[in-house]
Structures are given as structure tokens and as C-alpha cells.
Write a protein that binds this ligand. Structure first.
Ligand code: PMP
Length: 418
């Protein structure tokens, strides 16, 4: 049966995320070293503390643990979130916060509430692939703005907006990941964060600030001021701020939050009501208790040390096996090395060869809304052990060497023909 005629415009538009597709490929291949999904390391989860909390929650004494709950979220968790935001310098109140089923849901709610089909959101080039699919699946049109090493290119931002407005397009705002961006690992400078806020005020636009990696900085981020969110200096209500417990406690709880000016938060709440009524009560209790008992606070130094060490292992392995052939900006936090391949090696052409050698990554084009990115791969160092990182990089180097030697044998066309 042909179901196409039954699909709505939106249903027909839905696309699978490039990373989810990788998951299927991974499942089919044995002994693959996966640098593809940005998964936290499972051995770093606070298993013991979480087991204890789960045990206490499931005694049956409190039926609400397994009951439906308020759409906004479990009240003690909302209070926890307001406290976490205050530690990050953001003043908020429970009227502004909504617990979401992962930040992924937050991104979906933002697009649902802000964007009609054809409305434009500006995104960084490259940008987080999950946000790209959430926004595009709801009909938003994404227009990319190039980034420099300290964040979005402000001149390009101004000229892109002017061009879109001259063409009569409705632009709603900019989506940005200022702390250890997925995929580049970049940290946006404080000067640029202020400039973005001024730009949003001047142009009457919103900023969507997505901040799941903020706490995962390495030893060379010396000051909390380096990661101060844009929302902390927002006095006009221009910023919708999202963050998550996925990278710090565990993504399986699907517990995250968004904070927005109260009138927008009320809209997000209504949208959430029709999507899932509420985030899992049990998951929220687990997270809330973990925060109350200091499990989160105790986790953070461990995570910073462990992920910082994994970054060093991956960088050392890349230097050992691929020195001078690949380059990357050394990330000061987060999960990723954004790696530029040698000239002439295309990330998509390399992928099947890499899989044959037993390693997988995400191709750079998945993160670009303008078709660029063929020269880049995203390597997540977060999940594999040190040994697997070393082995995976060795395999990657073998794959790159194989592809580079075949492309070198292909006769190069004359410049006039290119
Ligand atoms: N935003 C960014 C930038 C991310 O990297 C991720 C996870 N990969 C998410 C949002 C979604 O996180 P979650 O839904 O698990 O909270």
C-alpha cells in the first residue's frame, strides 16, 4: 500500500538524524570503534548512588513516583533547576522554567511555538545536527552563518540578516551553542556573547542558547567567567536557554530543561502538554534526588578529569598516526574533536573504508545547513576507553592512508577544467 497520500506536509518532511542512521550501521558491524554518537561514558555514571535512590523511590510509599505529573515539571526539580541556573549567573524563577524530555524536546517545542513553515532561524556553520533536524522537521528554514574561532562571524551575521529581510523573509532569531559546541568544541568569547545580545536587541530577535556541555570544561578553562551563559546578561528577555542532565548524570533519564521569559514559557508548556503531558515522573525524581544528595556536584570533577584525559589520549593518537595530515581546534571542554581531513579526502567517501577498517565517525556535512562540510569529520572521544580511542585512531589513520593513496593515483584535472 502507498501511504504517501496519507502523509501531512510535515509527516512527509520528517528526516532521520544522520547520527541515528550511524547507530544502525554500528549495530550491523562487529568490533567497531565508535567515535560517532556523542554518548557519555557508561562507566562514569553514578551507578551506586542512582541504584540507592531508585531503590528508595520504588518502595511503594509514594505513589506519585509512578504517577502523571505537572506538565511544567516536578516542583522540587524546578527549584533545583532555578538554583543551578543561579550558579551559572542566570536569574530565573519557576514561572520561567519547564522540565523537558531531553533538550531535544526543548528544541522541538521552541520550533513548534516560534516557527511557521518558511520562517527562518539562523544557525552556526556548522551546528548541532539534532537541532537542525528538529527545526527543519517542523518547517523552519535554516540559514547558516560562518563561525570564527571565537564564535559566529558578526559581519556575516549582519549581512545575512539584511539579505533575508530585503527578500521579505521572517527571521525569528539565532540558535547557538556557545560552550564547547557540538560539533566543533568551540567556546564563544564573552565579547562575542555580549555582541550577540546587543545584536538581538538591536534587530528585535530572539537567541536560542543551548548549553548542555557547560559543566564539562577541562583544566585549561580557568574561570567560570569563560562559560558564563548569554542568558546571564539578558535583561530584556531575548534569550531562550536550554540545558540538560544528559551529559552530567545520564541521558537515559531524558531530563532537561528550558528557561524562557514567562509569556513564552507558558506557550512552551501548552505545546509540551500535547506532545507528552509531562516528562517521566520517575526520571525527574531520580534527577531531583541526585541533585539534592550532592551526586551531581560530586560527579562534575570526575567527569571533567575523565573527559579531559580522553581528549588528550585522542589528540596524542591523532598526532602519533596522522601528524600534519589532519588538524583540529583543541577543545577546552565537551565531547568532540572537529577534524579536518587531508586535502582530497572526502568524509563521505572515507566512511565505508573506515567502517571496513573498524571505526566510525559522523561526516561533517551532517552539521552544515548549506551543503558544506565534506572535508570534516566529528570524532566523539567521550564514550570509548583510552585503549579503544587509540585503536580507533590507528584504524582511522589506515583508512585515510588507503583513501588518500587511491585519490592520489586519480589523474588531477587541469585547473582550467575544474
Ligand atoms: N543540544 C546539544 C548541543 C547536544 O549536543 C545534545 C545531545 N547530543 C542535545 C541538545 C540533546 O540532549 P538531550 O536531549 O539528551 O538533553
Amino acid at each position: 500500500m502507498n501511504y504517501e497520500p496519507f502523509l501531512s506536509a510535515q509527516g512527509g518532511r520528517l528526516r532521520e538524524s544522520a547520527i541515528r542512521k550511524m547507530g544502525a550501521l554500528m549495530a550491523q558491524t562487529k568490533d567497531l570503534v565508535s567515535f560517532a554518537p556523542g554518548y557519555p561514558a557508561e562507566d562514569l555514571f553514578a551507578w551506586e548512588a542512582l541504584r540507592e535512590i531508585a531503590h528508595e523511590l520504588l518502595t511503594g510509599q509514594d505513589g506519585k513516583v509512578l504517577q502523571y505529573g505537572a506538565t511544567r515539571g516536578y516542583r522540587p526539580l524546578l527549584d533545583v533547576v532555578v538554583g543551578l541556573m543561579a550558579e551559572r549567573g542566570i536569574r530565573s524563577s519557576v514561572e520561567q522554567v519547564i522540565v523537558t524530555t531531553g533538550s531535544q524536546q526543548g528544541l522541538d517545542l521552541v520550533a513548534r511555538v516560534l516557527c511557521d513553515p518558511g520562517d527562518v532561524l539562523l544557525v552556526e556553520l556548522p551546528s548541532y545536527v539534532g537541532a537542525i533536524s528538529a527545526f527543519q522537521n517542523l518547517g523552519a528554514e535554516l540559514v547558516g552563518v560562518p563561525q570564527e574561532s571565537d564564535g559566529v562571524d558578526l559581519d556575516a551575521l549582519a549581512s545575512t540578516l539584511a539579505r533575508l529581510r530585503a527578500a521579505g523573509r521572517r527571521v525569528k532569531g539565532l540558535y547557538t551553542v556557545p560552550n564547547f559546541q557540538n560539533p566543533t568544541g568551540l567556546l564563544v568569547s564573552q565579547a562575542k556573547r555580549r555582541a550577540l545580545l546587543e545584536w538581538a536587541a538591536r534587530e528585535d530577535l530572539l537567541l536560542i542558547e543551548d548549553d548542555p556541555y557547560r559543566d564539562l570544561y577541562f583544566e585549561d578553562v580557568t574561570s567560570a567567567a569563560d562559560t558564563r551563559p548569554i542568558a546571564a546578561d539578558d535583561h530584556e528577555g531575548r534569550v531562550i536557554y536550554l540545558s540538560s542532565f544528559s551529559k552530567t548524570l545520564a541521558p537515559g533519564f531524558r531530563t532537561a530543561w528550558l528557561s524562557a521569559p514567562a509569556p513564552l514559557a507558558a506557550r512552551f508548556e501548552l505545546a509540551k502538554q500535547s506532545v507528552d503531558l509531562c516528562t517521566s515522573a520517575f526520571d525527574q525524581r531520580m534527577i531531583s534526588e541526585a541533585c539534592r544528595r550532592g551526586v551531581l556536584t560530586a560527579q562534575l570533577p570526575r567527569l571533567r578529569a575523565a573527559y579531559g584525559a580522553k581528549r588528550r589520549v585522542m589528540e596524542a593518537a591523532l598526532t602519533e598516526h596522522l601528524a600534519g595530515r589532519v588538524t583540529w581546534p583543541s577543545p577546552r571542554g565537551g565531547f568532540f574533536l572537529w577534524t579536518r581531513l587531508p586535502d582530497g579526502v572526502d568524509a563521505t567517501a572515507l566512511l565505508p573504508v573506515a567502517v571496513r577498517h573498524g571505526v566510525i565517525y559522523v561526516t561533517g556535512d551532517a552539521f552544515f545547513v548549506n551543503g558544506e562540510g565534506a572535508a570534516f569529520i566529528r570524532l566523539a572521544f567521550s564514550a570509548p576507553s583510552h585503549e579503544r580511542i587509540q585503536e580507533g585512531v590507528r584504524r582511522l589513520a589506515a583508512a585515510i592512508t588507503e583513501v588518500a593513496s587511491t585519490s592520489a593515483r586519480v589523474p588531477v584535472s587541469s585547473p582550467a577544467a575544474r
